[in-house]
Design a protein around this ligand. Structure first.
Ligand code: SF4
Ligand code: SF4
Ligand code: SF4
Length: 571
């Protein structure tokens, strides 16, 4: 069996964007060596990260090799086919689909829905016998993992039966003791059931993997011949086919247990399920059966689907396959044991950290007071406090905080500006200073110097009030030209002014020098700038990728100036 975890990270692909952390419902991902790795002991295998990662760095384990291995052995291999195949393989007429499976080497195709019906049969007897209280379906392995790992107080509420696929595999192996069973469906977390106690399934394929197996063998609906019409083994399923839609399981149970005082409710989607588990309702002397499915709308929307069709069509396709229950036929299978004890898979209680340690981390990322806590989610965590706790727990790094990175980039760029041996200012389209160095302020006399002392960097100051350069700035902003060079006289000194466009019509930069006073050669200046920029580039790029180009404007400005001056020095 493949020992790789069901979901893992391809570290080389990871772009360090934290989107998977933002969407992970249990924050089971940590940043390590610039890669978002999954902490599998905390993961509930919902597959959300595989859907949201823009870099295809979160990978679903490929079990095609394992399936092929079994298909090339002597023992017959049965395909346990999840009911939602009708929507994922809608372009395949059923008889052609079954013929294609046979061509892959499967002995027969059997409906997982039979396992669902076996489970329903057990539950119909079991629910009325229970004391009043809440019972939660154990059909969805992600919900089971969620409860085991994060809501151990609700483990006792899980119905003590295996999932439909396990029930089905037990049935197939009862009928054919030497058989192998390969499940195919839209679910990733079924792959984790392979590690459950008393697992009866040999391997799990997603529908996407099954579709790839067809592709690998060149099996297309129009190319597959059906010599002898085939049937589902050992029989066709009925209302067990409803299980993959939200509410389907409850609907298939209700007709027979309606005479009891039981109520049935269904909920799907991680956010809804978690909310419910956080605030479990009172039952008011009733038995309440909860059908909880991790995927929005049910398994028809599972992360291992082969197609990305609309959920409404998938739901309609599955509902259309439902047929009236045959009843007695299932009695043949009732002797197959389906009991399951879910008292395993616990995780250690997540550590809590003292307030002073949390505050210390918050301070280290510039959150001195609660007002500084932006709770912007850029780091992947909902709140700055959660992020601080993740840092303390070794799951996160300070550099993941966007505002911290922005400040770092700005500070470094400011240092860079201050180190320049000329007066430098960056101005926006409203002629307001974005940033300047002290040398720039000192060139224009006492008033400018005082203004700089009061507000280092002069951010927001009007260039018109500080200097006589406003006409030059206006010209450059208006024209969008790359560069203007000008000598001008100011209070008895000749100043050389070089203006550069950073962003056409939006931002310009001026370098002002007094020949004879600021005589560092252009080459030397470039050398110094390059050194500082190289040191800071990583920070600037990181900030730019997380929060857009604006945060790194000052640094970009310097690069623009450098390029421009380089051109000038070569001329
Ligand atoms: S979502 Fe972003 S951080 Fe997560 S694995 Fe993909 S690229 Fe890496
Ligand atoms: S599979 Fe789900 S729980 Fe696991 S890391 Fe991905 S998003 Fe988080
Ligand atoms: S809802 Fe269905 S597809 Fe989604 S995780 Fe649960 S069992 Fe798997």
């Amino acid at each position: 069996m493949n020992k790789q975890e069901a979901i893992y990270t391809e570290a080389n692909n990871c772009q360090d964007c934290y989107k998977c952390i933002r969407h992970c419902p249990v924050k089971a991902i940590k940043i390590e060596d610039h890669s978002a790795s999954i902490m599998h002991h905390l993961c509930i295998f919902c597959g959300i990260c595989t859907s949201v990662c823009p870099a295809e760095a979160k990978i679903i384990r490929n079990d095609i090799h394992t399936a092929n291995y079994y298909l090339h052995q002597e023992a017959p291999v049965y395909l346990s086919l999840a009911p939602s195949f009708v929507s994922d393989f809608s372009e395949w007429p059923l008889e052609k689909f079954m013929a294609a499976c046979k061509k892959l080497g499967f002995e027969a195709v059997s409906e997982t829905a039979l396992g669902a019906e076996m489970l329903s049969a057990h539950l119909k007897d079991w629910i009325p016998e229970q004391k009043n209280g809440i019972y939660i379906s154990s059909c969805c392995p992600t919900v089971v993992e969620l409860i085991q790992k994060y809501y151990p107080e609700h483990i006792g509420k899980l119905t003590p039966f295996v999932s439909p696929v396990q029930a089905h595999a037990r049935l197939l192996k009862k009928l054919n003791p030497n058989a192998r069973v390969v499940f195919a469906g839209p679910c990733i977390s079924k792959k984790t059931e392979l590690d459950f106690p008393d697992n009866a399934v040999d391997t799990v394929l997603t529908f996407e993997e099954l579709s790839k197996m067809f592709d690998n063998e060149g099996l297309l609906p129009e190319l597959v011949d059906v010599s002898v019409p085939d049937h589902f083994y050992p029989k066709q399923a009925h209302n067990g086919r409803l299980y993959p839609v939200d509410g389907g399981m409850s609907n298939s149970l209700q007709p027979d247990v309606a005479q009891t005082s039981s109520s049935f409710m269904s909920f799907s989607g991680m956010a809804t399920v978690k909310k419910l588990l956080d605030n479990m309702p009172e039952t008011n002397g009733q038995t309440l059966f909860l059908e909880l499915l991790a995927c929005d709308g049910g398994c028809i929307n599972g992360p291992g689907r082969a197609s990305s069709g609309e959920i409404i069509q998938s739901r309609s396709a599955v509902l259309a396959t439902n047929q009236e229950q045959e009843g007695a036929v299932l009695a043949n299978y009732s002797a197959i044991p389906l009991a399951m004890d879910y008292q395993f898979n616990f995780i250690e209680k997540q550590p809590t950290f003292p307030e002073d340690e949390i505050r210390e981390v918050l301070s280290s990322i510039g959150k001195m007071t609660p007002d500084d806590e932006l709770n912007c989610g850029g780091c992947g965590y909902n709140t700055c406090r959660n992020f601080a706790q993740a840092i303390l727990g070794g799951k996160a790094e300070r550099q993941m905080c966007v505002s911290y990175m922005r400040k770092m980039a700005q500070n470094k760029a400011s240092v860079l500006l201050r180190k320049m041996p000329y007066g430098v200012v960056i101005v926006d389209e409203n002629l307001k200073v974005i940033e300047s160095n002290e040398l720039f302020a000192s060139i224009w006399g006492e008033t400018s110097q005082l203004a700089y002392d009061a507000r280092p960097g002069l951010e927001g100051a009007s260039i018109e009030k500080l200097t006589p350069l406003s006409r030059l700035f206006k010209n450059l902003l208006h024209s969008g030209h790359e560069r203007i060079e000008k000598d001008l006289e100011y209070e008895g000194r000749v100043l050389h002014v070089s203006l550069f466009t950073i962003q056409k019509h939006k931002q310009v930069c001026a370098i002002v020098r007094v020949p004879g006073e600021h005589d560092v050669s252009v080459d030397e200046l470039l050398l110094r700038l390059k050194q500082v920029v190289r040191e800071n580039m990583q920070t600037a790029q990181k900030a730019a990728s997380l929060i857009g180009e604006n945060a790194a404007n000052t640094e970009c400005a310097i690069n623009t100036v450098m390029d421009s001056m380089k051109g000038g020095s070569n001329a």
